[in-house]
Design a protein around this ligand. Structure first.
Ligand SMILES: *[C@@H]1O[C@H](CO)[C@@H](O)[C@H](O)[C@H]1NC(C)=O
Ligand SMILES: *[C@@H]1O[C@H](CO)[C@@H](O)[C@H](O)[C@H]1NC(C)=O
Ligand SMILES: *[C@@H]1O[C@H](CO)[C@@H](O)[C@H](O)[C@H]1NC(C)=O
Ligand SMILES: *[C@@H]1O[C@H](CO)[C@@H](O)[C@H](O)[C@H]1NC(C)=O
Ligand SMILES: *[C@@H]1O[C@H](CO)[C@@H](O)[C@H](O)[C@H]1NC(C)=O
Ligand SMILES: [Cu+2]
Length: 459
């Protein structure tokens, strides 16, 4: 009840300022002014408050656009699609992508719509929706097959060519943000699956960074070891792990990261995820995140999914920080798979099938530029439109999410040797990432939170 009350209050919000862990909201209700103090479990660090852009600065701030690509980083090579990609990548049924996997359309007597999703692969298996699992929930063998596939598409140039599509055309700062990235990931997943052994069952793993945020130092997570994402040298170059010495789109010899260095950086928290899932207003999920002061239908809130997603980019730093270079780091895809998962959880929780394909913020140039309008074509992802991006077909036909890891008092096992079931710090047992050897484990002494090591005196 408290939560829905707060949501109502936010609608009447006229101005707000924040301290870490507490916000003061001024709002008007029936002509009276109120000030409320709201506890903010969703903040771990102090964020700059997002504000609407004064109308007269519309042109000066290049409203709706991201930071320009610096001269040195501009590519000589433009992004492009191959002929087969143009034909296959907009598909949202399995029969439509069948040719790409060298399968054949078959009819099955027990399927109500035989031709739509039936694709029989050469080895006799049917093509199924891809399964996106939390990266720590994959078996070592599964994870390594994905690493191998990613290194293949890195070596043959496909990975960087694909990344340049985002570099030059990625849509951010408005309602299309989540949908554009949904379509972009669906296309990337087809490339990934094609490089996985038949029957191509795994999809893009998601990285649930809310498993890392409860650590004393999230940067000490097992994620930042050679087993998962690799470690950096003193200059921030990723030189160990499966993605070591990956040449970037800009031609530099490796991915860069500065994990935990940016004071604005923060991983997802359960409270931030709940904020996105646990409400009914589509304007708060497919949100106008860079509105002009003349935008009256949208309310800015630091917990909006796009902002929470930004802070994860900042926490990783290096290539992940500017949007034009972020696809250099494989974390981009893992993180966006999680963003898409949160979006899907909102759809399942708060919308019926009709609403999922229909509900979208009203076009308003005070709130977002036309590229975000419902019938606009997604930049460089033609012919897909934002409306197409709302289709149920994505998760009906193409991929599904394995549940986020959980544990219980009676089942203190998160299903992975890389995860720990914490019963000491919350009222309910929760899964969290294990800590790398040498990392900070303050508050977890004597608990099995360290991977392949023991927690002694906070280390
Ligand atoms: C922004 O630029 C456009 C075209 O250059 C112009 O028509 C418009 O009046 C400008 N808007 C503002 C708010 O300055
Ligand atoms: C399978 O059927 C779909 C649509 O019905 C069609 O677009 C596709 O080209 C067919 N694929 C093959 C391999 O025959
Ligand atoms: C470990 O983390 C705790 C909690 O974040 C912090 O207070 C402490 O200073 C850290 N210890 C070291 C040695 O960095
Ligand atoms: C990456 O390059 C660095 C510096 O050249 C080298 O020390 C390191 O061994 C390389 N890592 C891998 C996994 O090849
Ligand atoms: C979905 O929800 C809307 C709005 O509440 C309602 O009008 C519609 O009838 C519902 N549709 C279905 C199929 O349940
Ligand atoms: Cu992006």
């Amino acid at each position: 009840r408290m939560r829905s009350l707060i949501d109502v209050l936010l609608l009447f919000l006229s101005s707000a300022f924040s301290l870490a862990f507490q916000d003061f909201f001024e709002y008007k209700l029936n002509g009276k002014e109120y000030i409320e103090t709201v506890e903010q479990p969703w903040f771990r660090v102090h964020h700059m408050r997002h504000r609407k852009i004064p109308f007269h600065l519309k042109n000066l701030t290049s409203f709706g656009k991201h930071e320009p690509i610096p001269e040195w980083a501009q590519n000589k090579v433009e992004p492009y699609w191959t002929e087969i990609e143009k034909r296959i990548f907009p598909c949202v049924t399995r029969s439509c992508v069948c040719e790409y996997f060298r399968g054949s359309n078959a009819t099955l007597s027990f399927e109500p719509f035989p031709s739509k999703n039936t694709c029989r692969l050469k080895d006799g298996n049917l093509l199924k929706p891809a399964i996106r699992k939390e990266i720590r929930m994959l078996t070592d063998e599964e994870r390594m097959s994905i690493e191998k596939a990613l290194n293949e598409i890195k070596r043959d140039g496909t990975y960087s060519r694909f990344g340049r599509v985002h570099k030059h055309n990625g849509v951010h700062s408005g309602p299309s943000f989540i949908l554009w990235h949904r379509e972009f990931l669906k296309r990337f997943e087809l490339i990934l699956r094609k490089h996985l052994p038949s029957p191509h069952t795994l999809g893009i793993p998601y990285w649930d960074s809310s498993l890392d945020s409860p650590l004393p130092e999230p940067k000490d997570s097992i994620m930042f070891t050679p087993t998962f994402l690799g470690t950096t040298d003193t200059n921030g170059h990723v030189i160990t792990g499966p993605y070591a010495n990956w040449t970037t789109m800009e031609g530099t010899p490796s991915i860069t990261r500065e994990v935990g260095a940016d004071p604005q950086g923060e991983f997802f928290t359960q409270a931030r995820i709940d904020f996105a899932i646990d409400q009914m207003n589509v304007n708060s999920v497919l949100a106008a995140t860079l509105p002009l002061s003349t935008c009256l239908t949208h309310v800015l809130d630091d917990r909006l999914l796009e902002f929470s997603h930004d802070y994860v980019h900042y926490y990783i730093g290096g290539d992940m920080k500017p949007s034009w270079s972020s696809t250099n780091d494989i974390i981009f895809f893992l993180h966006h798979s999680m963003v898409d998962h949160i979006f899907e959880l909102f759809r399942q929780h708060s919308q019926n099938r009709t609403q999922r394909e229909k509900d979208y913020p009203k076009s308003d140039e005070n709130c977002f530029p036309p590229v975000h309008n419902i019938d606009s074509v997604m930049r460089f992802l033609e012919p897909t439109t934002n409306r197409d991006g709302l289709s149920n077909a994505y998760t009906d036909n193409m991929y599904e999410f394995a549940p986020r890891p959980t544990c219980e008092k009676t089942r203190r096992d998160c299903g992975s040797k890389y995860l720990y079931c914490d019963v000491a710090h919350n009222s309910e047992p929760t899964c969290m990432s294990k800590i790398r050897s040498g990392g900070n484990c303050t508050g977890f002494e004597g608990m099995e939170v360290c991977f392949g090591s023991e927690c002694m005196k906070g280390k």
